[in-house]
Design a protein around this ligand. Structure first.
Ligand code: G3H
Ligand code: 13P
Ligand code: ZN
Length: 344
């Protein structure tokens, strides 16, 4: 059984100079495809479940899915992580269901859409750290609000994310404030805002430094060399997947994601966790659309979901290789939560 905390996993990644992708999981098919890819590349993995995923599958089923993946793939260290927790209760109930890591996203208020001020973020994040660490569970915090430096807009998707116009001060994490935040909250990892946003429509052109401010990561890493940094909104939105979707009846407008080489640049400056959801959503959709368009008589979900799973697996394997995660799973012996929490 190989459930691992974010802290232990990212400490290993830092020591060996690689990053771990955090892939969002919502159902058995994405879970199976992601963890099979991890096994085939000998990579540890972070499975992330958002509030949306928890309400879609339900906590009981989701917890059983994680149990099933951990049991089916005992050689893969799996960190089960709550993505964008909005309250203490979202984080505490995730821990009750077996999560080994939680994100308290205090960059937004509890409604998940209103930008919060520094004091609110620090206070709620510090409370979650105290509660989670008592259970041996790790915590990711976020400073700065995700959104586009091109349009100045927040990145609301499926009810989560800031709405309306944001200032550059809000869209870019302040390195000095980051130092203070890490000191005052005790987070295990810090998500940084530097122009990425969730979803398929991140940039209208190949991003350069004006719209994807990797220098912010570099400056934070200079000030906080021992803090694990996190890049959200890090799907690359591959052109080949856009084309497959569009060739088989879809309608994805021309768009750019975060190039893999920019993520690799981040990894050289302390990025240890890279969040990817959209790319796998696109891969699944591309596979399903293609098989249904080519076989209009097909109605067995196993047949078309298998095609989607194949493309998800391919994408995950490519990211494990590109981020240097491949080859490290068998070097890690997960420390159980009981030992992390020193409870007895
Ligand atoms: O944080 C954003 C992820 O893409 C999760 O999206 O809330 O629709 O599951 P979701
Ligand atoms: P993408 O939408 O770029 O995949 O980002 C996912 C994410 O950041 C989840 O927290
Ligand atoms: Zn995110």
């Amino acid at each position: 059984m190989a459930r691992i905390t974010l802290r232990q996993l990212l400490d290993h990644a830092a020591e060996h100079g690689y990053a771990v992708p955090a892939f969002n999981v919502t159902n058995m098919e994405t879970g199976l495809a992601i963890v099979s890819a991890a096994r085939e590349t000998n990579a540890p993995v972070i499975l992330a479940a958002s509030r949306g995923a928890r309400s879609y599958a339900g906590d009981i089923l989701l917890a059983r899915l994680i149990d099933g993946l951990v049991a089916t793939f005992p050689e893969v260290p799996i960190c089960m992580h709550l993505d964008h927790g909005n309250t203490l209760a979202t984080c505490a109930t995730a821990i009750q269901h077996g999560f080994t890591s939680v994100m308290m996203d205090g960059s937004l208020k509890a409604d998940g859409v209103t930008p919060a001020d520094y004091a609110y973020n620090r206070d709620i994040t510090a409370r979650v750290v105290e509660m989670a660490h008592a259970c041996g569970v790790s915590v990711e915090g976020e400073l700065g609000v995700l959104g586009s430096l091109e349009s100045g807009m927040g990145d609301q998707e499926d009810g989560h994310g800031a709405t309306g116009k944001l200032s550059e001060d809000q869209l870019l994490t302040d390195p000095e404030e980051a130092e203070k935040f890490v000191r005052e909250t005790g987070v295990d990892a810090l998500a940084v805002a530097m122009g990425t946003s969730h979803g398929a429509y991140k940039f209208t052109r190949k991003p350069d430094g004006a719209i994807l401010a990797m220098t912010v990561i570099e400056e934070i890493n200079r000030r906080l060399p021992n803090t694990h940094l996190v890049m959200h909104g890090s799907s690359s939105v591959p052109e080949d997947l856009q084309q497959v979707i569009n060739n088989f009846g879809g309608d994805i407008r021309p768009t750019w994601g975060v190039p893999v080489e920019e993520i690799q640049r981040g990894i050289r400056s302390g990025v240890r966790k890279v969040n990817i959801d959209t790319d796998n959503r696109m891969a699944m959709t591309a596979g399903v659309r293609r098989v249904l368009a080519q076989n209009p008589g097909e109605f067995d979900p196993r047949k078309y979901l298998k095609e989607g799973m194949g493309l998800v697996k391919e994408l995950c394997k490519a990211r494990f290789e590109a981020f240097g995660t491949a080859g490290h799973a068998d070097q890690i012996t997960p420390v159980p939560l009981e030992a992390m929490s020193k409870r007895y």
